[in-house]
Design a protein around this ligand. Structure first.
Ligand code: 5GP
Ligand code: MN
Length: 336
């Protein structure tokens, strides 16, 4: 039994573009996660195998825990590149143009853009849009692109694909984990991926600063009277008191959701620019992408985010009201 792509035509079009064109700029979203970096580097390995020229661009500081990814050092700051010199752009895991502000004008221009993603909220921009909302990770989509290109599943490419799939499924645990996901992962292991060499840095490792932040964040976590949602608030002052970085906040939202009675876990983080970033996670019923979209954000049904103005407390009031309304809605849908 072989995992088949859901949309063979879209995969074929993306593969055909990569095969026939040269001179690529690979871009992904800001604050890249394992799937964003795994996807960008997987495309780089495929383009290498095809003998193409390319550069890999990232916006802000890269999360150092993904240093183990092959060719991680090849990722450049967008400021050091002249993005306009590239004729073709491949955007991976980028649900909307705003999430990669530096190249948004390029993506919006008439340049040739290949859009490879798995977010349901992706507006299908680009000359080629290869978007599969049922895929657990953009790396799952890219596995099929690699197959369509018929490039060897070399161990370095396999490590990148495995990283995206591992992180976006929360270590093969979220409801997006399917038979296809495990089948693809098994093939990547057959290519030589050592699972713990990826899982240890990508999922398990925490910096000491992260541990200190976790202590104070959990101490102050608030839980709804009925226990169905939880909020963790992280201010710049809290980060400073633990000497923690923006990257150290990653993964905290999982603790809010993991409370036994909780359906929706929310993390609100004060950004250096004073805006508040919200990360929303749900377990089974609440569509948090719909909540995030009400505040101009987006994402997936069980993991979404948005950016709000105001103080942390003001943001909490606004998001809390939306979460309460969403919980009431699923209760009423249940009764019907
Ligand atoms: P996180 O909470 O980890 O930043 O993001 C969770 C999911 O929500 C990701 O799949 C991400 O693409 C999406 N997401 C997070 N923040 C935003 C945002 O500001 N806008 C949009 N459209 N999606 C977001
Ligand atoms: Mn992803």
């Amino acid at each position: 039994w072989q995992p088949e792509p859901r949309d063979k035509d879209a995969i074929a079009r993306a593969a055909e573009a990569l095969r026939s064109l040269d001179d690529w700029l690979i871009v992904t979203h800001e604050r890249p996660d394992g799937d964003a970096l795994g996807s960008a580097l997987a495309v780089a390995h495929m383009l290498d195998a095809l003998g193409k020229r390319y550069a890999i661009a990232a916006g802000e500081a890269l999360p150092p825990r993904f240093r183990f990814l092959p060719m991680y050092d090849r990722i450049q700051s967008i400021d050091d590149l002249a993005p306009r010199q590239f004729r073709h752009i491949v955007a991976v895991d980028c649900a909307d143009e705003q999430r990669f502000a530096p190249v948004a004008p390029l993506i919006a221009s008439d340049r040739f853009v290949v859009n490879i993603d798995h977010h349901q909220t992706n507006p299908r921009y680009g000359r080629v849009a290869c978007v599969d909302p049922l895929a657990a990770a953009t790396c799952e989509v890219l596995y099929h692109v690699a197959r369509a290109l018929d490039v060897p599943l070399a161990v370095d490419l396999a490590k990148c694909l495995y990283t995206g799939i591992l992180t976006d499924t929360g270590g093969f645990s979220y409801p997006n984990t399917t038979r296809e996901v495990h089948q693809i992962a098994a093939e990547l292991l057959a290519s030589g991926v050592q699972p713990y060499d990826i899982a240890e840095p990508a999922l398990e490792a925490r910096t000491l600063e992260q541990m200190r932040l976790l202590q104070i964040a959990l101490r102050d976590m608030t839980i709804a009277p009925d226990g169905r949602y939880a909020f963790i608030l992280v201010s710049q002052a809290m980060l400073a008191s633990c000497n923690a970085s923006e990257d150290d906040v990653e993964g905290l939202v999982g603790f809010a959701r993991s409370v036994e009675t909780v359906e929706v876990g929310v993390l609100l983080r004060e950004r250096p620019d004073g805006l508040v970033k919200a990360s929303l996670r749900s377990k089974r019923r609440v569509d948090v992408a719909a909540i995030a979209q009400r505040f101009g954000g987006g994402g997936h049904a069980r993991a979404a985010g948005c950016v709000l103005e105001g103080t942390l407390e003001e943001a909490k009031q606004a998001v809390e009201a939306a979460v309460i309304a969403a919980l009431r809605e699923v209760d009423e849908a249940c009764k019907r």
